[in-house]
Write a protein that binds this ligand. Sequence first.
Ligand code: SAM
Length: 357
Amino acid sequence: MSLARRAATALESPFDVFQRIIFTALPIVAVRTCQEHNVLLHLVEDARKNHPATRITDLVEKTGLSKSTLQTLLDYMGTLSFVIRLSLDEFKPSPLTEMLLSPLFIDGIRFYHDMVTHAFLGLNGALSKRDDNITAFGLAHNTPGGPYDWFETDPVLKHAFETYMKEEYKTLPGWLDAVDFPEGFAQDMTSDTPVFVDVGGGIGQQCGYLFDKYPDLKGRIILQDLPSVIPDAITSPRVERMCYDYFTEQPVKGARANYFRQVLHNNNPDACVRILRSFLPAMDPSSVLLIHEKVLADHETPPEYTAGLSMTMLAMFNNHERRESEWRSFLDEAGFKVRAIKTFTDFGDSIIEAVKK
Ligand SMILES: C[S@@+](CC[C@H](N)C(=O)[O-])C[C@H]1O[C@@H](n2cnc3c(N)ncnc32)[C@H](O)[C@@H]1O
């Protein structure tokens, strides 16, 4: 993909480059609008009923949007191949339309459109303030708190975020393809041994991934997150749910694997050091930290997706995705040494295995 993108960029004229930049916000705006007003749903439902096309006058009636608004929106959606125009007044779904109605696209786009895109637009202003305590997210949403505080008052966006976190990586290789968990972390133990603690584990999708892959795994699987998140989490006899603030001492002692997925990239280096140090008293000689994050090569430009996620961290938390040397440096500062780094996607998704020094 990135090769194709570079080839296309090489062919672009200055006029093309300018349009590409100024219309950047439009795909997410057009898709979110068509989702919210059920435009895509009506196209798909008509196709399922074997209607050869959906007439614009029917869409006007069903959505309440005006004919000219629908024409404009659907013209733009057509340029993205998200719908197909058949005539002046008739449309049908493209091969991509139904995908835009799946949980990842509905909730992931809602989360990015309603929350993150505003923060992107606040970034320039926030950086101009020259104050590390001001985030683009805070400025854009006029709030002193961070995104996780915001979720406590906005259950719809909180649900959208949880679905996005659950669904986004399903099509990529998983971390258990890179790590032999039973061999590496589950030897010589009883059913009382804490084998896996998923710290800031959200609704517990990685706990589910572990016990689905290894149904005979012995030992306790523990999911930890904030009190506002745990009630939404997976209910399974295999998973103990626990409210825990990762800035306080880890209460589960001697766990084989303390796993953090996309938790540390929300926190600045000082906060990461504080979080990691809160695990030192809980680590015994068989305990390992498994940090599941992007590990960017020190001297390379990351892929577009990873660089975009890094911009998201900048806008939302004043943070970024980290290079290998940064991970090594603050793990060292927190009292850990890196035992291995296993990278398992083209986007830098990696497991950093770290042990107490
Ligand atoms: C980016 S999400 C990652 C969720 C999950 N690990 C995953 O990868 O799907 C970060 C998680 O950290 C949790 N979190 C934020 N602050 C926390 C804190 N102080 N203590 C524990 N969890 C926290 C959030 O509620 C959220 O579920």
